[in-house]
Structures are given as structure tokens and as C-alpha cells.
Design a binder for this molecule. Structure first.
Ligand SMILES: NC(=O)c1ccc[n+]([C@@H]2O[C@H](COP(=O)([O-])OP(=O)(O)OC[C@H]3O[C@@H](n4cnc5c(N)ncnc54)[C@H](OP(=O)(O)O)[C@@H]3O)[C@@H](O)[C@H]2O)c1
Length: 268
């Protein structure tokens, strides 16, 4: 029997709870606390036990998922320190608060960190998990179960790699949506209806990602297979390379990492 609690019942918690409770299982109880009755009502409909405040139920949790915004984390964890299960651990999904800092706020409680992404809402997420040396194996497994409820999980060795997971798949859906917006605009500018341009941009990204996933081939090889010498695709790619798409993505990831470092410094 596993008991998992969520501190905060917002978007990310709802995605993970939805995945955890999709199939009815006898071996899992999920608790969640949030300020908003309407969010709690939706989570209760999924099968979670909902609470307006922390209470004894926190002590029953093997794993407590910290799913509030970074800026509200300190105030949210202060009232629960005395309620924590001494045999349990916490899993933070907040960006930019280091384990040493957050575990300190929790009175030295064992803590793992993860970075999910929004496609978890449809079970197509990819998350990173970092667990410190010596973490109880069953609690690490519990953390993996939470994250797999939203899709795939990659375990990272060093906590600092969680920042990279934040800057690549964490923020990444926004990079892809921005690309889709640009592709859609290019179609509309040349006479496609908004509806057609939207469907064509979406189908392009979805199909390309699915082909890459199913074939398992390198992205560069897949690109070459679409690109005949001197053909239309080659001409379009020449423009993308001239405008230096590699540099654009590199600087975008660097900017996200810089902001993460600034956020981490604020919480130290
Ligand atoms: N969204 C993403 O793409 C993403 C990706 C990876 C990680 N994350 C991380 O996941 C965490 C949650 O993000 P989210 O987008 O799910 O945020 P969200 O939708 O704002 O959910 C947080 C919820 O927690 C509630 N809350 C705040 N303090 C509380 C407390 N003391 N007790 C009970 N409930 C409390 C909030 O209520 P109020 O609104 O009243 O404060 C809100 O309903 C963040 O730390 C974020 O960095 C998000």
C-alpha cells in the first residue's frame, strides 16, 4: 500500500494525479491539499482524497509531492514540517529551489527533485528525476511512479542536471509551440485559411516527432531523408542555417539556464 500526498492541486498536480488514478488500483491512496474548492472538486472526481488544509493525513503519506509555485513554497511547507512522516520523503517539482535549501525548510527531510513538463497533461510528458545517494529505494520507486503517470522519465545523476531538464523539456513545449506559430503564420501570409494553416503546422510537428520516435533514427538522418539535393526543402533549410537556428536554440537554452541560476540565488 502506497500513500502519496500533493501539496498544491494546480495544473501539474492535476496532470500527475489524473495519470496515477486513471486505472483503479487498491494499492494506492492519493491525498491533495489546495486553496481552491473548484480544483479540489475536480481532483476528488478523479478519486483523490482532498483537503483544504494540512492535517494528520500528511503523516500518512509515504511520499509528499511539493507542487506549489516556487515563490509560495516556503510559506506552504512551514506548517507541514511537524506533520511529516518520519519514514517518508518529499518530491519537489518546483523549478529553481535547490534540494539543500528546500530540505532545510523541511527540517532536513529527505528530498528528491523532478522536472515534469506540460505534455504530462495528456500522458505525453517527459520528466527528469534526481534522487540523492542513500534515498530509500521504495521511495525512489514511488517518485518514478508519480512521474510515469505523466509520461516518460529520465533519471539524472547530478542535481544540477535538473536545471537542464527545466531548460530543455521543461520550457521546451513553449519553444515548439513558438515554432508552430511561426509555421502557421507563414502559411496564413501566403493565403491559407487559419484553420488549414493550424492543422498543417500541428500535423507537421506531430508527424515528425512520431516518425522520429517510431523509427528511432537520428534527427539529422531523418532530415536528410526529406531533403533532395537542390530541391525545395534544401532551399528552405539553407535559410534556417543562414539565420543560424543552432545559435538561436543555444542562446535560448542559455537564457533559460541563466534565469534558473538567478531564481536559485533568490532562494538561497
Ligand atoms: N507548468 C509547468 O510547465 C511546470 C513544469 C515543471 C514544473 N512545474 C512546477 O510545478 C509547480 C506547480 O506548477 P503549476 O503550474 O501546477 O502551478 P499552479 O497551477 O499555480 O498550482 C499550484 C496550486 O497550489 C496552490 N497552493 C499554493 N500554496 C498552497 C498551500 N500553502 N497549500 C495548498 N495549496 C497551495 C495554488 O493556489 P494559489 O493559486 O491560491 O496560490 C495553486 O492552486 C511549480 O513549482 C512549477 O515550477 C511546472
Amino acid at each position: 500500500m502506497l500513500t502519496i500526498g500533493f501539496l498544491g492541486g494546480g495544473n501539474m498536480a492535476a496532470a500527475l494525479i489524473g495519470g496515477l488514478l486513471k486505472e483503479k488500483t487498491e494499492d494506492l491512496t492519493v491525498h491533495v491539499v489546495d486553496h481552491h474548492p473548484e480544483k479540489l472538486a475536480k481532483l476528488e472526481a478523479l478519486g483523490a482524497r482532498t483537503h483544504k488544509e494540512p492535517g494528520d493525513w500528511i503523516t500518512a503519506c509515504d511520499l509528499l509531492v511539493l507542487a506549489v509555485k516556487p515563490q509560495t513554497m516556503k510559506a506552504a511547507v512551514e506548517p507541514i514540517v511537524k506533520l511529516l512522516n518520519p519514514k517518508g520523503a518529499a518530491l519537489s517539482i518546483a523549478a529553481g529551489i535547490e534540494a539543500g535549501v528546500l530540505s532545510g525548510w523541511l527540517g532536513g527531510y529527505p528530498l528528491m527533485r523532478a522536472m515534469p513538463n506540460t505534455p504530462a497533461m495528456v500522458g505525453a510528458g517527459i520528466a527528469g528525476l534526481w534522487s540523492p545517494k542513500g534515498m530509500d529505494e521504495s521511495l525512489r520507486e514511488a517518485a518514478l511512479r508519480v512521474l510515469r503517470a505523466g509520461g516518460e522519465v529520465v533519471e539524472v545523476k547530478n542535481e544540477s542536471e535538473i536545471d537542464l531538464v527545466g531548460a530543455i523539456p521543461g520550457s521546451g513545449p513553449a519553444y515548439v509551440f513558438r515554432f508552430m506559430e511561426a509555421l502557421e503564420k507563414a502559411g496564413i501570409k501566403r493565403g491559407l485559411s487559419e484553420e488549414s494553416a493550424h492543422a498543417l503546422a500541428l500535423g507537421t510537428v506531430y508527424g515528425a516527432a512520431e516518425l522520429a520516435r517510431v523509427s528511432g533514427e537520428e534527427f539529422s538522418l531523418l532530415r536528410e531523408k526529406v531533403t533532395s539535393k537542390g530541391g525545395t526543402t534544401a532551399k528552405a533549410l539553407e535559410v534556417m542555417n543562414r539565420l543560424d537556428i543552432d545559435r538561436m536554440m543555444d542562446e535560448a537554452v542559455e537564457a533559460a539556464l541563466k534565469r534558473t541560476a538567478e531564481m536559485k540565488a533568490l532562494f538561497r
